[in-house]
Write a protein that binds this ligand. Structure first.
Ligand SMILES: [Fe+2]
Length: 249
């Protein structure tokens, strides 16, 4: 038996994915304590310090077909090179195909939180070259001004988002860069340190949940990033984590 102790159903899983998801909870649990980045800590987490590092839910078995197709395309593209100018157009096209239909996202990864927007890990590349995350926004929720430090591609699955880019001058004060954009279902946009990496995102719908699918050039939930105070001053460090926490029994 390749993975002793797993149920019969588990053994049907793709070997690599199974091994990976068995490892993720342990690695993250031991590397980052719960609520380290909560609102009461010195770190300012855009998601408000959700319980990001508890017991992880397993991904659907197998991955939904559109997501598996996206993963295959990005994996192949990365195998062929990491140069953004060649990589991102391929990721963008694959993302548009992924969000062209809203019929595949596991409801467990589409649940809003009344206080904080949620980030559910949908897939992590075995080499951590990219991750795929669902962002779930309740009405009125928005990020602070933040960066990513790696490339990202955002596709709108459900509802609508607003996005505003910023530039940060020597005085540390973020100033809007360009016009606010609206992202509608089926559309995709990019962020990256080379294209523009500092922005805010909010739910554009006043009365319903919005959901976008994000791909990032790394394991985004574990990457140290920055929040930029609107009044200026030193950026604050944060690590977002993921929201795939099960209720403790
Ligand atoms: Fe962002």
């Amino acid at each position: 038996m390749p993975y002793p102790g797993l149920k019969k159903d588990d053994r049907r899983r793709n070997d690599l994915q199974t091994a990976l998801w068995q490892e993720i909870p342990r690695k993250l649990h031991y590397s980052l304590p719960l609520r380290q980045y909560g609102p009461d800590s010195e770190n300012d987490c855009p998601t408000g310090g959700q319980d990001t590092l508890g017991e992880y839910t397993m991904p659907p078995d197998p991955l939904p077909s559109p997501l598996q197709q996206f993963v295959n395309t990005v994996t192949t593209a990365l195998d062929e090179g990491r140069e953004e100018a060649r990589l991102l157009p391929r990721v963008g096209e694959a993302m548009k195909a992924l969000v062209a239909r809203d019929n595949w996202l596991d409801p467990a990864c589409a649940r809003p939180h009344p206080q904080y927007y949620q980030q559910y890990l949908l897939y992590l590349d075995p080499k951590a070259r990219f991750s795929v995350v669902s962002f779930v926004w309740a009405p009125g929720q928005q990020t602070p001004i933040h960066d990513h430090t790696v490339w990202g591609c955002v596709g709108m699955l459900r509802g609508e988002e607003r996005e505003q880019h910023y530039t940060v001058a020597a005085d540390g004060i973020p100033r809007p860069l360009g016009e606010e954009r609206r992202l509608r279902p089926g559309e995709a946009v990019f962020v990256s340190p080379t294209l523009g990496d500092i922005h805010t995102v909010s739910n554009a719908q006043a009365d319903q949940v919005s959901i976008s699918i994000h791909a990032y050039g790394g394991n985004i939930g574990t990457i140290q990033r920055h929040v930029f105070p609107p009044e200026g001053g030193a950026p604050k460090n944060f690590v977002s984590g993921y929201a795939n926490a099960a209720t403790p029994t």
